[in-house]
Design a protein around this ligand. Structure first.
Ligand SMILES: [Zn+2]
Length: 361
């Protein structure tokens, strides 16, 4: 059999299977409205709020996120597999401790006809874009050169010189350019435009606002941007175990972190207003954050404690019941099997278990 002929057969079989999958979905998800163009295939959006602690999801700090929890299912005892992005992401995307570009949610549902995309501004998540059809890093070109040069210089110079350079950098750096990632307003705008132009998709949106540096657009504190940058350098040194912050510095860090989250929550509210609840939305964070409870700050990835692994987990839309508060223990491992069951894709991926029945029955 010639290669071209074999290729044609594969295309015909694939088309046939796609039609079969669509018609099965119509039967299984009859509660959803049927779109004559898309069948009943719902879009799935996964929003990861990098470094958001569970105890910061409250009516005071995140009123918009709380509104989403009230329209969907909110797990109050959900846990990340680890305490840093690199170690946590495989569980979220592969339901396993390691990430395989062929065995992750994007690769699997991509084979079932979904367009898969990642919108982010965090270079650390780039390895987990393998398996996605489209990766949109909306900040990388601004980020990489500066970090690279600074890191190389810092390694080669004595610490007194490095301290001096930090002070000079703090004085000279363009205030907004200091932020190494895109803020939620920019990322959400980008995502909403992308969603308007696409259909039949699995979209992972990665928001960085709770992550260091704590650098809100506005603060109630009487501190300058330069002082925020100086605090950031101290947080890095504390995370490495080289610095002991004062109580004032810890409180300042907590306030700026909270304000970053409050600003992000406004954009989550905008997202919510535009969201079509026939689609499925999943919101979680990859890990929490430490504020010197155990002698370090941020998330060095070297310990498993509640502040670092207790995370919010929310499912909304796509047939998920409203106003469900689920207090059972669960983990990121269960996200992928839940998505597969929601989409009626009969494939086993990873070691987690589907939560779909508890969300819909
Ligand atoms: Zn992270």
């Amino acid at each position: 059999m010639s290669e071209a002929f074999f290729g044609k057969i594969v295309v015909v079989i694939t088309r046939f299977l796609k039609i079969r999958i669509k018609s099965q979905n119509v039967f299984i998800h009859e509660c959803n409205q049927i779109d004559e163009f898309r069948g009943i295939r719902m879009n799935v959006i996964l929003i990861i709020l990098d470094a958001l602690r569970y105890d910061h999801v409250t009516k005071d700090i995140t009123p918009n996120l709380i509104k989403i929890t009230e329209k969907g299912a909110f797990f109050t005892q959900a846990f990340a597999c680890n305490s840093a992005t690199k170690l946590s992401m495989p569980c979220i995307l592969s339901s396993d401790k390691s990430y395989d570009p062929e065995k992750n949610i994007a690769a699997v549902i991509g084979r079932h006809g979904y367009h898969t995309a990642l919108i982010h501004s965090n270079p650390i998540v780039r390895p987990y874009s393998l398996g996605f059809e489209e990766t949109l890093d909306i900040k990388s070109s601004k980020l990489r050169p500066r970090r690279g040069i600074w890191k190389k210089m810092r390694r080669k110079l004595p610490s007194t010189v490095v301290s001096g350079m930090k002070a000079v950098r703090a004085a000279l750096v363009d205030e907004e350019k200091f932020l190494p990632y895109a803020r939620a307003d920019e990322t959400i705008d980008f995502a909403l435009n992308w969603m308007e132009d696409n259909g039949d998709y699995f979209l992972w949106i990665h928001l960085m606002d709770p992550h260091i540096p704590y650098y809100p657009k506005e603060t109630k504190l009487d501190v300058t941007r330069r002082e925020m940058i100086e605090l950031h350098d101290k947080i890095i040194e504390t995370a490495r175990g080289n610095y002991q912050p004062t109580d004032e510095e810890i409180e300042m860090a907590k306030t700026l972190y909270r304000e970053d989250i409050q600003e992000m929550d406004v954009d989550l509210g905008r997202f919510h207003e535009s969201f079509d609840d026939e689609d499925l939305l999943i919101i979680t964070s990859d890990h929490g954050e430490e504020f010197y409870e155990y002698g370090q700050m941020s998330h060095p990835g070297n310990k498993i404690v509640p502040e670092l692994i207790h995370v919010p987990l929310i499912f909304y839309g796509g047939g998920v019941k409203r106003n469900l508060v689920i207090e059972d223990y669960t983990s990121h491992l269960n996200i992928v099997p839940t998505i597969l069951e929601a989409l009626n894709i009969p494939e086993k991926l990873g070691i987690g278990k589907s939560l779909w029945k508890s969300l819909t029955e």
